[in-house]
Design a protein around this ligand. Structure first.
Ligand code: CO
Length: 496
């Protein structure tokens, strides 16, 4: 049953979505085709539009409408839309306008200092603006409120319901199980991966990427792919979901798996119900659930042997000089080769979680006030030595590598690891539910898997909180076990 008040809310939220998606389209343009001279005005246009969306949403009338709607008798979807909107609204109005303006001023300064610090390869340049931003973040945690740990208030902004106590438990497991497992794999003979770094002409890579996207079910009538410096997925409703990629002619892996990764994000967005446009039930459940979709396609499917049983013969035909002498088995082992490195975005699917764990431990200590900003670099380098046994060669390849802190994004990183663990848990359930799933993938057909994801995950949007969704789909809460089972089985066949 829909009511007059509900209709008012729907119209308002959809209007805000129109503004937000127009803002997103300007962002997409900025990252792809915008001419250089447009930069200054573009920043102004973006900030005007996002302020407009924000102020429409935080109007008093929104709160009054939500309070009325909470007392009405609505169906499950409508009720979820009201509930999620009320949660967002309550969070947003806790931060006074002056505080939000200060946030944007501080992060803008920090961002410019980060760019400058990267140019000079010197963390010291970033240190002071970062320190101010950190104090501001601690104030933000106080304003938002928390019961156990100040970091909980920030985690909740990216992943509703996520807490330090959950993450402590999870990362303790990661340390206890993944550290010895990785050490054991590294003690074995390592495969030759040199052929992945021969010349792979960019036009051929591009065409291969498009083919893969089509093969996994990405709808080019509701999206497109372009080139950008950092690959990303962006959407303006589920009927226009765009992906970008980058191509390095001397690193075949770079384009291929970022293409499948972004493709996974895009399949999720294309699968959100269009009749819920602009409403919580038409939006992604959370950052972790989003990342679970990209990781599932990238790793469980796209780094699986069965996927390449179908695609590798085609790939050999496209690049005969590089690949005709490389067997499928060799190729499969090489694309799953693990090696510690100090750059997060270049990490393999096992070491990746050590990178996230380091950032998690640092952010948690920062929020507790345990580390001085001036000690962060030493702390960072020591953790890399401890967890990955690598000496960080420079700030650029160390503490300055990620953009997140310069944007004031504290609490974001853990969602990357959660995404992988959710992916393994979802994939385990999909394999149990779909007869011969691996056989289907071996014959180049992943449509039943996509259908399963659409029904079980995409169709719900934000109706459920991430942990509720996980329970509903898999029957249990998030656990590291399915991920460990998946990597143990996979690498027992790969390790020589
Ligand atoms: Co992603």
């Amino acid at each position: 049953m829909t009511s007059k008040n509900y209709k008012l809310l729907e119209v308002k939220l959809q209007k805000i979505a129109d503004i937000n998606y127009a803002t997103a389209l300007l962002h997409w343009d900025k990252e792809t085709y915008m001419p250089k001279k447009a930069a200054a005005l573009r920043s102004q246009q973006l900030s005007t539009l996002s302020e407009l969306g924000h102020s429409l949403f935080t109007e008093k009338s929104t709160g009054i409408l939500l309070n009325k709607l909470e007392k009405e008798n609505l169906n499950e979807t409508l009720e979820a839309n009201v509930k999620r909107t009320k949660e967002d609204y309550d969070k947003m109005i806790k931060l006074p306008g002056s505080f939000v303006a200060e946030s944007s001023m501080l992060s803008s300064k920090a961002f410019h200092a980060w760019i400058e610090a990267r140019k000079k390869n010197d963390f010291k340049i970033f240190e002071d603006p970062l320190d101010k931003l950190i104090s501001h973040k601690r104030k933000e945690a106080d304003l938002l409120g928390f019961s156990d740990h100040p970091y909980d208030a920030l985690l909740d902004l990216y992943e509703p319901g996520l807490t330090v106590s959950t993450l402590n438990r999870l990362f303790k497991n990661v340390r206890e199980q993944l550290v010895p497992f990785v050490a054991e794999l590294r003690s074995k003979k390592q495969i030759d991966t040199n052929f992945l770094f021969l010349k792979y002409p960019s036009d051929k890579q591009w065409n291969f990427g498009i083919d893969i996207l089509k093969n996994i079910g990405y709808d080019f009538d509701a999206g497109r792919q372009d080139i950008s410096e950092h690959p990303f997925t962006i959407n303006f409703g589920s009927t226009d979901v765009r992906v970008t990629t980058r191509i390095d002619e001397y690193d075949f892996s770079n384009m291929t798996w970022s293409c499948i990764h972004e493709g996974g994000h895009a399949l999720y967005e294309q699968g959100l119900p269009i009749d819920q446009y602009g409403l919580p039930c038409g939006s992604a459940a959370s950052l972790s659930i989003h990342e679970s979709q990209s990781r599932l396609w990238e790793n469980m499917v796209g780094r699986g042997k069965n996927f390449w049983k179908f695609h590798y013969p085609k790939l050999q035909k496209i690049f005969p000089k590089n690949l005709s002498n490389i067997s499928l088995d060799h190729f499969y082992k090489a694309i799953n080769h693990i090696e510690p490195n100090y750059i997060r975005t270049e990490a393999d699917e096992l070491h990746y979680h050590f990178h996230v764990m380091i950032r998690y431990e640092i952010e948690k200590s920062i929020m507790e006030g345990l580390i001085k900003t001036s000690d962060l670099r030493d702390y960072w380098n020591a953790r890399y030595k401890e967890y990955l046994n690598v000496d960080v060669p420079s700030d650029l390849e160390g503490i300055l590598q990620d953009i997140h802190w310069s944007h004031g994004s504290f609490g974001y990183f853990p969602t990357y690891s959660l995404g992988s663990f959710y992916a393994a848990q979802f994939y385990e359930k999909a394999k149990a539910d779909i007869t011969n799933l691996e056989k289907q993938i071996e014959s180049g057909n992943s449509s039943e898997l996509l259908h399963w994801l659409r029904n079980n995950i995409h169709a719900h949007g934000r109706k459920y909180l991430p942990n509720e969704l996980c329970k509903q789909v898999t029957g249990s809460e998030l656990s590291l076990d399915p991920f460990m089972d998946y990597v143990k089985l996979k690498y027992s066949e790969i390790a020589i």
